[in-house]
Design a protein around this ligand. Structure first.
Ligand SMILES: [Zn+2]
Length: 221
């Protein structure tokens, strides 16, 4: 599939919505290049490109990489892949200011929101456990160990990090995600670019909904 009206796509959704998994499947399905901003940043730092060196200086100081730098990285990536043909962008923008910066370098056809209610985000993220010996990460809902709360790799006990408790996850959702995401989502809605998909259910169910929603949009445009 694929249609002229939906080829430059940004993915939105809270942490724990399964965005990364859906992004990979969708990119394959639509034959669109996937740009994951976190990966772009890590690659640029690893390769020591001019932008990567600038980014590294911020990271070394424990500061957030300014969004101008991330936008410059996205611009480079779009030049490499010929952004005119379309792309799937994951991890950016996260707020209104970043959306405006992105708009200055490329138009967007669809902002695809994988919507998961706050209670579910809390349920999913607070199911995270980590091995106290080797550090391997599990999720009791999606990636459980073979034996109850015991590490598959080393047999040590799994523990919950203090920042994965339901209270802390809920607070992080309110402060870090919701506050920024709501105005962003609203702005895409006003522009008629927002496509919301229910993120509850299995990976397959959510993926099928995404495809259907994109097809309906194509048929309607
Ligand atoms: Zn372990």
């Amino acid at each position: 599939m694929g249609c002229a009206g939906a080829k430059r796509i940004v993915l939105l959704g809270p942490p724990g919505a399964g965005k990364g998994t859906q992004a990979e499947r969708l990119a394959r399905h639509l034959n669109l290049p996937l740009i994951v901003t976190g990966d772009l940043l890590r690659a640029a730092v690893r390769e020591g490109t001019p932008l990567g060196q600038k980014a590294k200086a911020y990271m070394d100081r424990g500061e957030l990489v300014p969004h101008e730098l991330v936008v410059a990285l996205i611009r480079e990536a779009l030049e490499r892949i010929d952004g005119e043909k379309g792309f799937l962008l994951d991890g950016f923008p996260r707020n209104l200011e970043q959306a405006q910066a992105l708009e200055a370098i490329t138009p967007i056809d669809v902002a695809l929101l994988i919507d998961v209610p706050r209670e579910e985000v809390v349920r999913r993220l607070s199911a995270r456990r980590v091995c106290e010996r080797c550090g391997r990460v599990y999720n009791l809902l999606t990636q459980p160990p073979q034996r109850d709360e015991i590490c598959d790799a080393c047999g040590a006990k799994l523990v919950q990090r203090s920042d994965d408790t339901p209270e802390v996850v809920a607070k992080r959702f309110d402060v870090q995600y919701n506050q920024d995401a709501q105005p962003l989502i609203e702005s895409y809605r006003r522009k008629g670019l927002l496509l919301t998909v229910d993120g509850m259910g299995s990976v397959e169910e959510v993926f099928a909904r995404i495809i259907r929603a994109l097809e309906e949009r194509c048929a309607g445009s």
